[in-house]
Design a protein. Sequence first.
Length: 159
Amino acid sequence: MEKLLQLLESDCSLTTKQLAAMIGTSEAMVQESIKAYEEQNVILGYKAVVDWDRVKREGVTALIEVKVEPQQGDGFDRVAERIYQYEEVESCYLMSGDFDMTVIISGKSLREVALFVSQKLSAIDEVKATATHFILKKYKENHLIFQKPEKQKEEFIFV
């Protein structure tokens, strides 16, 4: 039922009837599979991807690279758990490369993000360094392309 998961990931608003038709099975089988996936934490949740720029909501998203000193016996897991508990944290990943983790956060302003980094993230003993990058414009996220706003037609008024 990997196809079912792929379909749900790309559009979780599809009905069980639509999903059943797309994968060639019964609606009851789709419902059972979804319920089992939810119980097994294979499906963690459902989410709409919103282009907040279109509704003029002010805010800022930052990608923060974090150098961490891993803990004996726990590696990076305990530190990651401390980081992802913060409400501001949208995503937290273990990475290869110069930094150990990437943390993505959202805030109302640059100042709010800066305060998070300086007062919360940097205050964790195992965090040795951070590098903050602000996302200026989103082009694509979760396989979805953010469309350019439609150009307003010019109107000429003659008096």
